[in-house]
Structure formats: C-alpha cells, structure tokens
Design a protein around this ligand. Structure first.
Ligand code: DP6
Length: 330
C-alpha cells in the first residue's frame, strides 16, 4: 500500500517486565530511577492511525471508537506537541487507536499505546527516527512504552539524561508467558500516581532502587547465559519486592487480589512437581508466569484449572510468546 502523506498507521504490542520500572528520577523527561527488562508479547496489540488535520483547531483522540476527553486526550495532545516540536509543524492531528488488551488492567496498554502512537505520529509528521530515537520518544508518553518499540526481550537503560535513556534488544533464551487475567477493571490508582507515592512515602524506596540495579545486572547475565532457572528466580523475587514496596506506601496501595496470591502459590507448588514456572505481576492483579516453551501448554492447563475454581472466565488464561517491535503498517 502506498502511504498517504500526513497519515500513518502503526502497531505495537504490550510488554511485561521481568525487572520492573517503578519510580522516576525526572518526571518531565520520564527518566527512571533504575533500568528494567521486559518481554514484548505477540498478542493484545494496539493499532493507531495518526492523520494530520491542518485545518483543525485541536487534536482529536478516539480509543476503540470512543472519543476521549479530559486527561487521556490531554496526554495524547502533549505527546503530539513533542512530535510537532521535533518536526517543526503546527498541524493538529486526528488519532484513532484500537486496543486489544483491556485498558488500565495491568496488561501494559499504555506501553503498547504510546509505542504505537510514537511510531505512527513520527511517520505522519515526516520524521525519520532510528529505533533508539523512537524508543526515547515513546518513553516521553509512558516509560514502559520505550520497551515496546523493541521486539522480544528488551533492556531499558536508565541513562543519565534523555539521550541515554532508551531500550534495545538483548539476547535471551526462548520463553513463553502464561497470562492469567484476574480482573479487567481499570485500576483504582494509576501506575504513575502510585509510583510517585512510593517515591515520596515508602521508607524502603532507596533499597528498592539499589536492589533493582542488582536484579537487572544479574538478569542480563542470566539472559546472556541462557539460564532459565536464574531468569525465573530473579523475575519472581523482583516482582514480590515491587509489590512489597508499593504496599509500604502511605496511604498503602495493594494491587494483588486474593486470586493473584492463589496463582502465585500454585506456580510455586508446581515447581515442586517439576513444572518450572515463575510468576510476576505489574501494577494490577493479573499474574503472568514465564515458562520454557515445551511446558507452556501444561502450565496453562494447570492455571485454567485453578482459574475455574477461583471463578475466572474460560478466556482468562492464555499463552503468549515473544512478539515483534513496533512497526508502521501503512
Ligand atoms: C508496573 O510505564 O505505565 O508496569 O511512565 O508513569 O507512564 P509511566 O508508567 P508506566 O509504568 C509501568 C509500571 C509497571 C512496571 C514495568 O512495566 O516495568
């Protein structure tokens, strides 16, 4: 298809962090307190079209065909201001986004959302950006979006400044992830607000930063060595530490639900039975477990069985694998 000047469509996939990003050193630039590492998935993408509308007075943003107003629309507009600044353009834009993941339920829709928006907007405004530059741009919309530019396993370098804070691919062994969706409702406290509260009120925050740096260094070694067991142990311990530091805020925030805890317990019990999997959870109740490809279906069956007993729907459990980086479709 020949691209229409001023219009571009891009698709990006969510990512789930194995070493989490939780806390900003610079809120304006979205520089994280530490680096992080994630798996970009091959399911639940966001597809976004950006069409320049030079005659319009304001940007328009629709998500799954519903026109957005308030903070969601303002955040997209502020992001477009940045792209317009880079492109030297004053043109407003119409943005149409379609999310296959439930928005705001801890399945990283802001990551796929801003990665797709960055990619489509850069093209629509005529910018030629290398992947590293695109990752830096996506980061300004939502930190974790920096990683969804990248296929498969990505490390996001914390960096000392804007130029040094981007994601890039890292070699890693073949992994699958089993996602157990506990709840698709919008979370009560956004990641952004909860991160800020953690930094301001948790007495454990300094230790969280140093332990994340250590976890990332160990994780990069484990990935390079292809050591699944080590990758898994770091993943689960690190996720528990993130939820611990979040729970230690004032007022406290708890994202994990009773069903999430039951899933973590089951994953730990399965390890004792020879099914080696390790759990993680973002800022929400859904649990994702990493597993070797050959054991992914067995793990999914086990978690489906538990999900049924916990009252989760038949669609709640799915197997996903490493997915592509953000790409322009037209
Ligand atoms: C728990 O990237 O959504 O998923 O930069 O404020 O937009 P902002 O935050 P966001 O936070 C993601 C937090 C996390 C962990 C992770 O993805 O590393």
């Amino acid at each position: 298809m020949t691209p229409t000047p001023g219009t571009a469509t891009a698709r990006a996939y969510p990512n789930i962090a194995l070493v989490k990003y939780w806390g900003k050193r610079d809120e304006e630039l979205i520089l994280p307190v530490a680096g992080s590492l994630s798996l970009t998935l091959d399911a639940l993408p966001t597809t976004t079209t950006v069409r320049l509308a030079p005659d319009a007075e304001a940007d328009a943003f629709a998500l799954n065909d519903a026109p957005q107003t308030g903070e969601a629309a303002a955040r997209v507009s502020r992001f477009l201001d940045r792209v317009r600044g880079l492109a030297g353009s004053g043109a407003r834009a119409v943005v149409d986004s379609r999310n296959e993941a439930p928005t705001g339920a801890g399945l990283a829709s802001s990551a796929s959302g801003f990665a797709a928006l960055a990619t489509a907007a850069a093209r629509a405004y005529g910018l030629e950006l290398a992947p590293r530059e695109l990752s830096r741009l996506a980061r300004r919309g939502s930190g974790s979006a920096a990683r969804s530019i990248v296929p498969g396993v990505a490390v996001w370098h914390a960096g000392d400044d804007d130029a040094g804070s981007f994601a890039e691919p890292v070699p890693a062994p073949e992994l699958r992830m089993v996602i157990a969706t506990v709840d698709t409702a919008q979370k009560a406290v956004s990641s952004r607000a909860a991160m800020r509260r953690t930094a301001l009120t948790s007495p454990f925050f300094p230790a969280w930063i140093t332990s994340t740096e250590e976890s990332l260094a160990a994780m990069l070694e484990a990935c390079a060595a292809g050591d699944f067991t080590r990758i898994g142990r770091i993943t689960e311990a690190h996720a528990m530490r993130m939820h611990a530091v979040i729970q230690s805020c004032d007022p406290p925030i708890r994202y994990l639900a009773p069903a999430s805890v039951a899933l973590f317990d089951r994953i730990a019990a399965l390890r004792g039975e020879g099914l080696e999997a390790y759990g993680t959870a973002d800022a929400g109740p859904n649990v994702c477990a990493i597993v070797r490809p050959e054991q992914a279906e067995e793990l999914a069956d086990e978690l489906r069985g538990l999900g049924g007993r916990l009252g989760l729907g038949a669609e709640a459990v799915r197997v996903v694998g490493p997915g592509p980086g953000a790409e322009t479709l037209a």
